[in-house]
Design a protein. Structure first.
Length: 41
């Protein structure tokens, strides 16, 4: 475990790769973009 272990965050930083442990971009929660629809009679 450490810089040589690609399964750890420190190892991924050293190797310059991304994955589950070290995501490339932090995923933001999806905003609710639904627009309320007015009902007409």
């Amino acid at each position: 475990m450490g810089r040589g272990d690609i399964k750890t965050k420190k190892g991924k930083i050293t190797a310059g790769s991304f994955g589950k442990v070290r995501p490339a971009k932090v995923a933001k929660p999806a905003a609710d973009k639904t627009v309320p629809v007015k009902k007409t009679k």
